[in-house]
Write a protein that binds this ligand. Structure first.
Ligand SMILES: NC(=O)c1ccc[n+]([C@@H]2O[C@H](COP(=O)([O-])OP(=O)(O)OC[C@H]3O[C@@H](n4cnc5c(N)ncnc54)[C@H](OP(=O)(O)O)[C@@H]3O)[C@@H](O)[C@H]2O)c1
Length: 382
């Protein structure tokens, strides 16, 4: 696998500044520092989600994440929830009433046929992402699809090809990439503040009670720690280091045959670096991330995958904490990115392009092959 270029940073004319800087030396002398004078906290540009032009959204699925994203849409953006689609008319009506959606569709097909919907957000289990996104693209919609992008790389490639053919916008909803602290972290690395990157590690473990039919444990729904939670540390490392040259992975399986836990070492022989991603569905872990280079390191406190801060420790002894005010749950940043790109006539975001999602699904496939997890859906497309 070749190395992936870092995504280009956005230079949006409509920006807002919301950062606090705090600094002390390693000897313990503490005090507020002016951000503009700080080595590592130069002026930062984070897009304001409220400035993104409104789109008409349709949400497919009425579960946990559909609720969280509809909430962020209502409270953190100017985006319009035009419609919701569910396999159940009752659940569609209930969801529409709760979030003020204009139309409630009692079948996915009716949502896809809704002419008042510009973009469909796919909020169904992992195993249903490909079918939902494919149907939406064929219906002429733009698509934002929950993470992991698909079940496997062949499904991912199929979606990317179809979107390109249809000239539709397509993106994996890896919201972490658009959070203020992640934009700031990419900026620090691009500015050389950390020197050459050498290592990183990130974990996402969350206890989920055994439920053989539930989406965490069922192979039929694309369960297991890697696809549900491990995608975050893997995608975070790839965002900073690019695609690994090689991978070594180890995992423990549940009785249902999905991974209860996995640890993957992503190796970058060309840059003499390596990084560790860890996930679990059977224990809680700290949800922290660290990236270290020749000139310093950055810690991303819990939860590194959601709105968080940065603790920047440089080799010269400077320690700074950087925090941005987040207005809602944090999903508003990805929604705004999608709306801004589509309004500009673009078909992808350079921060999470379909080609990169396809490549990341290849990394997840390689890890699964090493730890021995296969899904029924792998047979359909592989
Ligand atoms: N970005 C994040 O922070 C985040 C957080 C959690 C989960 N996720 C991702 O979001 C997706 C959904 O997770 P969730 O926690 O919201 O799950 P969930 O609570 O089970 O909701 C999924 C919804 O999809 C529909 N659905 C259920 N089974 C289906 C099937 N077999 N085929 C088609 N549709 C089905 C159901 O809606 P109807 O009954 O109304 O059709 C259900 O409410 C997963 O891919 C997960 O990885 C992302």
């Amino acid at each position: 696998m070749g190395e992936f270029e870092l995504g280009s940073s956005r230079s949006d004319p409509l920006v807002w500044r919301a950062q606090t800087c705090w600094s002390k030396t390693r000897q313990g002398r503490a005090g507020i520092v002016r951000c503009e004078r700080s080595t590592v906290s130069a002026v930062n540009l984070i897009p304001d989600p409220f400035t993104a032009p409104p789109l008409n959204w349709g949400i497919l699925g009425t579960g946990t994440i559909a609720h969280a994203v509809a909430d962020a849409m209502a409270n953190g953006t100017r985006q319009r929830l035009a419609a919701v689609g569910s396999r159940s008319p009752a659940r569609a009506n209930e969801f529409a009433a709760q979030f003020g959606a204009e139309r409630a569709h009692g079948s996915p097909e009716d949502l896809m046929a809704d002419d008042g919907v510009d973009i469909v957000y796919i909020a169904t289990p992992n195993s249903a992402h490909h079918a939902g996104a494919r149907a939406a693209l064929l219906a002429g919609k733009h698509v934002l699809v929950e993470k992991p992008f698909t079940l496997n790389q062949p499904e991912a490639r199929d979606l990317a090809d179809l979107a390109a053919e249809r000239k539709a916008f397509l993106m994996e909803a890896m919201w972490t990439r658009f959070l203020p602290q992640q934009i700031k972290l990419r900026q620090l690395i691009a500015d050389g503040a950390l020197g050459e990157l050498v290592t990183a590690w990130a974990d996402f473990g969350s206890f989920n009670p055994m439920d053989a039919e539930g989406r965490f444990y069922s192979p039929n729904l694309g369960g297991g720690s890697l696809l549900d939670l491990g995608i975050y540390p893997v995608s975070w490392i790839v965002n900073l280091f690019g695609l690994p040259g090689s991978i070594r992975a180890s995992g423990l399986l549940t009785q249902t045959g999905v991974d209860a836990q996995m640890t993957a070492i992503l190796e970058y022989p060309a840059r003499e670096a390596s990084a560790v991603a860890m996930s679990s569905i059977v224990v809680d872990t700290p949800w922290e991330a660290v990236v270290a280079g020749t000139r310093g390191l950055v810690k991303v406190p819990r939860p590194f995958w959601g709105p968080s801060s940065l603790i920047i420790e440089l080799a010269d002894g400077t320690i700074e904490e950087w925090t941005a005010a987040v207005r809602s749950t944090g999903y508003e940043y990805e929604l705004a990115e999608v709306a801004t790109r589509i309004a500009a006539g673009e078909t992808f975001s350079p921060e999470m392009a379909p080609a990169e999602s396809v490549a990341i699904m290849g990394v997840l496939d390689a890890i699964r092959a090493q730890i021995g997890v296969r899904f029924p859906g792998d047979n359909t497309h592989a």
